[in-house]
Design a protein around this ligand. Structure first.
Ligand SMILES: *[C@@H]1O[C@H](CO)[C@@H](O)[C@H](O)[C@H]1NC(C)=O
Ligand SMILES: *[C@@H]1O[C@H](CO)[C@@H](O)[C@H](O)[C@H]1NC(C)=O
Ligand SMILES: *[C@@H]1O[C@H](CO)[C@@H](O)[C@H](O)[C@H]1NC(C)=O
Ligand SMILES: *[C@@H]1O[C@H](CO)[C@@H](O)[C@H](O)[C@H]1NC(C)=O
Ligand SMILES: *[C@@H]1O[C@H](CO)[C@@H](O)[C@H](O)[C@H]1NC(C)=O
Ligand SMILES: *[C@@H]1O[C@H](CO)[C@@H](O)[C@H](O)[C@H]1NC(C)=O
Ligand SMILES: *[C@@H]1O[C@H](CO)[C@@H](O)[C@H](O)[C@H]1NC(C)=O
Ligand SMILES: *[C@@H]1O[C@H](CO)[C@@H](O)[C@H](O)[C@H]1NC(C)=O
Ligand SMILES: *[C@@H]1O[C@H](CO)[C@@H](O)[C@H](O)[C@H]1NC(C)=O
Ligand SMILES: *[C@@H]1O[C@H](CO)[C@@H](O)[C@H](O)[C@H]1NC(C)=O
Ligand SMILES: *[C@@H]1O[C@H](CO)[C@@H](O)[C@H](O)[C@H]1NC(C)=O
Ligand SMILES: *[C@@H]1O[C@H](CO)[C@@H](O)[C@H](O)[C@H]1NC(C)=O
Length: 845
């Protein structure tokens, strides 16, 4: 309903003028209803007729209301009664949450309704009969809804302080209560028990049950499409913020913070689960709870974000599968409405079914479905051909999603994998939005299509990919390809030599190595399965692999990273682990142990309670963002950690992928760098090009192009992180106006105009108070971002600046991306391979 505010403004005005003119004579304005005249309980043999007497301030669903019961004089106030649209053509009996302003019923929210799928008219009646049954009857006499509580010794009806509508007996025990029959919202104190569900509305203006639902199942709380079978898009065993609790059986909405602020949780028509709170004059969204797969890159993990068959790419852009013979957008102008299949699947002509293959594409339910339902639609250990065959042979299958399993050891031959490789296969009987898979390239979606009857049947696969991309991307890609060719030629020789050497060695080095001396613990795969409860709590997912939470028998929490690119020789893995394990510094995430068993390669890290820095930068985690003091400490922690890696420890280590996702925070907001040294652990063959061009777009120093990589690339990336932390936004932020997408260009512009305070994070007053210090840190960032890496300070020097021992260089060039090649490179990165680099999330979280 909040979504309606924007749409609703003209309507609001309309309402306002209509009433100002038509009811001018009336002494009491229609929204100035004295609610304190209403009762909060009612006895048997009472009935009420729907004749709206109350006008709400601005919602479509509850524009006009017939109050029946009322509760609450401070804090949240509730009405039980009829809520109608403005023309009183659709009414719902339900519970309404509202705030008052001078006795106005302000922005009422329908938080529960009895008849969401069957709206009633004016003059509908609600009757609490002598028998104790509460019955809703439409104006023409049709029975619409009842509580079926006849002869259950009901004594009366009560609207409680929490907004629960209760039929109680003589001893005041509840016989029936609305809290047990939720619609799409939960109020603080309300439980969602195992087996019950919330179902979202169709849209903001239509209350009928829509596509999305939330339930509690097998110890998880999960959101899914309310289809048969359901497709899950989020699941968790834990609450993820303080607005609700979850114990495996019951999800309870909580009053948070501990004040009397009116608040509710609602599953929206778009599948988002949000918390709303009354904020002085209006409802404000305070939390968007879910983080579905791909959620860290926008909204691609939501099932209908691009409509059916639409492909969602990193920043929420929608396209249709490229084969125009089979798919067209419903609307060229609104690509998020999805794509229509030109010829629908005909079950009487199976021989004309084939697939459109979408490489590097995945599907939202791939990660959650098998955890929640042991459905026949999830097949493990299948070969690619089996998966496709399974889908072709069942007409109700509309698509198959396949992923090779890197851990599959059954058909391994040396270091080579071929068609006998196996993996996981998900069959779908309904296809919602697809995800352009940015990080992991080993997934493929096969969309079933119907060929025209005389068409080519010899080739069951029509190869192809996603729709062609914009022009500048093509230029970027071409440049990149050229670059890639040069690179591969130059590195071919080296790789070739190395490979022959390593593969010779690999065959005989698979015995157990001697245990590493000292601190590092070697875990067996089975032990890790136990401590992570069979890898059930995923903390994150990234190119290097997935990170899971675990708990050792002594109660220590750990983060277990399951590395993906595990083709490499065990010996070199152990060498690198030894090096990384030997590095200790308070600002580096500690490696506690590892597992190298058969093809499994896992690293065990200390657990960092407050997760990664990126979520704090954009305030996802905290309303006002971090205080200046905390930010300063974080900056200094990162600088010290990097200085140590670059100079102080015995092996000089260039991190190569400094970014907020790789900065983790402990319970006291001490920052620690993660994933250092990992670049060497990754299978070199899996990422030929990437080994050279590591890193993440937005954080890449200009010299990446010239292949002259020094530790100054980390200094550059540190500069970006520093700037992001000061400005409270990401370097590349597509939600900004076009000229503001790149923080660096904004920075340059504002520096030239001497208006740097404009870009400082405004969510926290604290930042404005420490103006001078903040500006000073900005010039440090500028120093670190110098296009010529020789001009950047070393990290040791940065630490000295932070300690106040050295001052920042004054002759600085604010044209940070002076090299023209850099622009080309960045474009290519953003548009094509950017998200595909293997480390959008590479830290243990
Ligand atoms: C709704 O309430 C706001 C503030 O409470 C007020 O400014 C506005 O005029 C009201 N609109 C209507 C249609 O009553
Ligand atoms: C509402 O009714 C109560 C009880 O009759 C009365 O005390 C109060 O003044 C009324 N409020 C207004 C705004 O009329
Ligand atoms: C409140 O309850 C009393 C007694 O049951 C009843 O007489 C009165 O009409 C009720 N008031 C309203 C506004 O329904
Ligand atoms: C309400 O009724 C009026 C007149 O009957 C009509 O013009 C208007 O479109 C209706 N509004 C809505 C929201 O249905
Ligand atoms: C009463 O009205 C509803 C909708 O307004 C309609 O579906 C139903 O058939 C009507 N019933 C009778 C008995 O007329
Ligand atoms: C109605 O609910 C309130 C709590 O909100 C409670 O104090 C009161 O006793 C209840 N009344 C009856 C009759 O159950
Ligand atoms: C709400 O959606 C249902 C189901 O699609 C439809 O039957 C009904 O007409 C819609 N109501 C309105 C007011 O659009
Ligand atoms: C919230 O406030 C209540 C009453 O003051 C208190 O009993 C409760 O412990 C508080 N809860 C928290 C989490 O502070
Ligand atoms: C790997 O092989 C071992 C025995 O050779 C077997 O027990 C294990 O299940 C296999 N793992 C997978 C993932 O197939
Ligand atoms: C794949 O490996 C199997 C077993 O080694 C072999 O028989 C088959 O010929 C290989 N296929 C290809 C295409 O290399
Ligand atoms: C075909 O798939 C549907 C679910 O999509 C399933 O219910 C049905 O049993 C399958 N039929 C066969 C023959 O496997
Ligand atoms: C998919 O990823 C692979 C591996 O990086 C790449 O070679 C290929 O071009 C990609 N395919 C498409 C259609 O994007």
């Amino acid at each position: 309903m909040l979504v309606e505010h924007k749409l609703g403004f003209p309507i609001r005005l309309f309402i306002y003028f209509l009433f100002c003119s038509s009811q001018f004579a009336s002494s009491q304005l229609p929204w100035q209803y004295n609610t304190s005249l209403l009762n909060s309980t009612a006895g048997l043999s009472t009935s009420w007729t729907n004749r709206p007497s109350l006008t709400g301030n601005s919602t479509i669903v509850a524009s006009r209301m017939t109050p029946i019961l009322h509760r609450g004089n401070t804090g949240p106030r509730f009405l039980c009664g009829f809520a109608c649209n403005f023309n009183v053509t659709e009414c719902f009996f339900g519970v309404i949450l509202f705030r008052t302003k001078n006795e106005w019923v302000n922005y009422p929210q329908l938080v529960w309704s009895a008849n969401r799928d069957h709206p009633v008219n004016k003059d509908a009646t609600l009757k609490l009969g002598q028998d104790g049954n509460l019955v809703l009857t439409d104006s023409n006499g049709t029975l619409v809804w009842s509580t079926n509580t006849a002869s259950k010794s009901v004594a009366g009806l009560n609207l409680t302080e929490m907004g629960n509508l209760v039929l109680f007996d003589k001893r005041k025990h509840p016989i029936w209560q609305s809290f047990n029959h939720p619609t799409d919202s939960l109020l603080p104190g309300q439980n969602l028990d195992s087996g019950r569900k919330l179902v979202a509305s169709i849209s903001a203006s239509n209350q009928s049950q829509g596509l999305f639902a939330l339930t509690v199942l097998n110890g998880f709380w999960a959101t899914y499409t309310d289809t048969d079978p359901p497709q899950y898009y989020y699941a968790s065993r834990y609450p993820v913020n303080s607005y609700f609790s979850f114990d495996g059986q019951t999800l309870t909405a909580l009053q948070y913070p501990n004040t009397s602020t009116a608040q509710f949780m609602k599953l929206g028509a778009d599948g988002h689960l949000r918390i709303y709170q009354w904020d002085v004059v209006d409802w404000k969204e305070v939390s968007d709870i879910l983080m579905p797969y791909a959620g860290n890159r926008g909204t691609c993990g939501y099932p209908m974000v691009c409509g059916r068959y639409g492909i969602c790419s990193n920043n929420g852009q929608c396209t249709c599968p490229a084969e125009e013979k089979f798919f067209r957008p419903f609307s060229e102008r609104k690509p998020d409405l999805g794509c229509s299949q030109l010829t629908s699947i005909n079950c009487n002509s199976l021989q004309y079914h084939s697939f459109v293959e979408l490489k590097n594409t995945t599907y939202f339910s791939f990660y959650f479905n098998h955890e929640l339902s042991s459905s026949i639609l999830w097949l493990e250990g299948k070969q690619l051909e089996d998966c496709k065959r399974a889908c072709l042979s069942n007409c109700s299958c509309k698509a198959a999603v396949f992923e090779y399993d890197w851990n599959w050891n059954g058909t391994r031959r040396g270091n080579d994998w071929n068609e006998t490789r196996r993996g996981n296969c998900l069959l779908l009987n309904e296809v919602f939005s697809l995800i352009d898979n940015e990080e992991r390239k080993d997934k493929t979606v096969f969309l079933k299509v119907q060929n025209p009857s005389k068409a080519q049947t010899q080739s069951p696969i029509i190869p192809g990919g996603k729709k062609s991309r914009p022009f500048k991307v093509i230029i970027g890609a071409t440049l990149a390809a050229l670059f890639g060719i040069i690179l591969s030629i130059s590195s071919c020789f080296v790789i070739f030599k190395k490979r022959t050497y390593e593969s010779r060695k690999s065959e005989d080095s698979l015995d157990l190595e001697p245990i590493l001396p000292g601190i590092l613990t070697r875990f067996s795969y089975n032990e890790l399965k136990i401590v992570t409860q069979d890898f059930s709590r995923k903390l994150g997912q990234g190119g290097f692999g997935s990170v899971y939470e675990g708990m050792l028998s002594n109660g220590t929490k750990i983060a277990v990273k399951n590395l993906d690119g595990v083709g490499q020789v065990k010996e070199s893995f152990l060498t690198e682990v030894k090096i990384v394990g030997g590095i200790h510094h308070i600002n580096l995430v500690k490696l506690l142990g590892f597992c190298a068993e058969k093809s499994h390669r896992l690293l065990i890290y200390e657990y960092m309670v407050n997760g990664s820095l990126d979520r704090w930068i954009t305030h996802e985690k905290q309303e006002n963002g971090l205080t200046w003091q905390t930010r300063q400490r974080i900056i200094s922690d990162i600088a010290k950690g990097l200085a140590y890696l670059h100079g102080d420890c015995s092996h000089k280590i260039i991190h190569l992928d400094i970014k907020p996702q790789n900065i983790l925070l402990d319970q006291n907001f001490n920052a620690k760098i993660s994933d250092f040294g990992l670049s060497k652990l990754i299978d070199k063959e899996k990422s030929k090009v990437v080994t050279r061009m590591r890193g993440t777009p937005g954080y890449l120093a200009p010299e990446w192009l010239r292949s002259e990589i020094t530790e100054k690339v980390d200094v550059y990336a540190f500069g970006i992180v520093l700037l992001e932390l000061l400005c409270g936004r990401k370097n590349l932020d597509w939600s900004q106006a076009e000229e503001d997408v790149h923080l660096l260009s904004v920075f340059r512009r504002k520096a030239e105009q001497q208006q740097l305070m404009d870009i400082v994070d405004k969510k926290n007053e604290d930042m404005q108070i420490h103006k001078e210090a903040v500006i000073e840190r900005m010039s440090l960032a500028a120093w670190c971002l110098q296009g010529d890496f020789n001009k950047r300070p070393s990290m040791t020097l940065v630490v000295k600046v932070l300690e106040g021992l050295v001052s920042v260089e004054t002759n600085l060039d604010y044209n940070f991306t002076s090299q023209p090649e850099v622009e080309a490179r960045n474009h290519q990165m953003e548009a094509t391979s950017s998200p595909k680099l293997p480390s959008v999330l590479s830290g243990p979280r």
